[in-house]
Ligand binder design. Sequence first.
Ligand code: M6R
Length: 607
Amino acid sequence: MCGIVGVVGTREATPLLFDALRRLEYRGYDSAGIATLVGGHIDRRRAQGKLDRLGSVLERRPLDGLTGIGHTRWATHGAPTEGNAHPHGTERVSVVHNGIIENHAELRAELEAAGQCFDTETDTETVAQLVDLNLKRGMSPREAAHACLSRLHGAYALAMIFAGHPELMIGARHGAPLAIGYGDDEMFLGSDSLALAPLTRRIAYLRDGDWAVLSRGGAEVFDAAGRQVPVEITTSALPGNAIGKDGYRHYMEKELREHPLVIGQTLQRMIDAATRRVVLPELPFDLARIPRITITACGSAFYAGLIGRWWLESEARIPVDADVASELRYREPPLAPGGLGLLISQSGETADTLAALHSLRAGGQHILSVLNVAESTMARESDMVLDTVAGPEICVASTKAFTAQLSVLACLAIATGRARGTISDAREEALVAALLDLPGRAAELFALGPAIQAAAAMVAEARDVLYLGRGAHVAVALEGALKLKEISYIHAEAYAAGEMKHGPIALIDRSVPIVASVPSGRLFEKTASNLQEARARGGRLVVFTDAAGAARMGRLAEHLIVLPDSHDFTAPILHSIAVQMLAYEVALLKGTDVDQPRNLAKSVTVE
Ligand code: M6R
């Protein structure tokens, strides 16, 4: 789960590689490194930790060369040390890798028996050592790389450079994406087109199993059998400019502030302003005839899916399954022929979600994806994409992409209900009105800053926190607990409020705050009773509700945070923003690295 980049060109490679790594840091930031060809020899610089540390190393010891490769790492095999930082290699070859070489132990034993000496604990070094051995045995770089690829099991995107071949780079892809960039008298490789955006807009994506030989003048692409295959060059629409914090302390703060805009932009794509009806792009399947929907995603995107399930079931009366992607493909649920696989992902690159996409397709499902990155692997592999118009989300913790996903799913539920005749025109009108009201309501949330800060002071003292909700707000609780864990490192658990007395209530005392999402609505009384039970046992409550809820809540909560009024249907969206804001305020008090929390990566590209 790393970012890789390569350049064969006419300009100094290191600044280009470093800038591309900055754009790939969302894939991991445990260590980073660059190797270049200097006078025909391979030289490299590496550093443990974030890219800035590599920047300091490069300032002290600059790295020349017109051809080079770079890597930003999220550690899988081997600790996140400088020694395990990519590029890996020998005096003959240098390699960067994204993915996991599953047969690395077997290969390592074989290579050590053949006299190869390993320097690292990584799976990647087996690739470098295997190519090195092939080179020592007299193969050309092209032959050595091809012979190596045929031995690898697992997932990889690879880029390699070779001593004595200043204008050669080889890339390969199997189960992890790799893009080729076409410049003027220079060529590039990158994990995605975003990395290459400032360098070129002309991009070709390698197909699974293909590998490419790049020189300054172009690329030859081959399949696994070594047959040359055609490439399709597309024009990327991604902006090449860097994305700034616009004066905010963190990207997370900026992205939280973008909620109203992002919700508005996303809804604008899906709601006809004149008729005030949801209008989806033409779908390659009939929503009225879909027998069942299977929602799958990871992390926050999965929680968006849980709220989507609630909406689809209640408005469209269609059976919906929801499972985290890493489980779905191994559970192998029986799938109704002609059913719909509904995938949700900010990045469109999450390995588990992509693998689930493949198994849903193999199970005869139509594939509809809700994605934020239009030029992503999932976008290319779906039958249809519904775009979230959230713009680039830089903070590892997802915020605005989450509410944009919810906005799309709400519209999908309405459209499905209409197609299946389960909602009336009047109901659609009311739901659309509630959605269109959302950007304004979301903007009002920021006035709650002081109340949320006061609650954050209580939460920041805790070691454990319980999040509670009912109905769609169970997923709001899950989202709130995940955000808190991710950016403040406080243990948090989310429960359906009614489940509390079946176990978690044993945890409750004054030291375990309870954060509850309780809009005034059908489930208000039941949830309020659960909170009473917690209060009776000394629990200290932070309650998010609305004006009507606050009036009925009495003096139950130590921190009662009154959100703007909203329709039951859209309340989960507003409440999600509120719990994200709370997590941000707690993280500020804890002084953590909000945008790049420890051990995480924005895009999880290994299974
Ligand atoms: O890019 P994706 O939406 O597929 O990513 C899924 C999860 O990795 C992601 O939502 C993760 O849980 C976030 N860090 C949550 O804040």
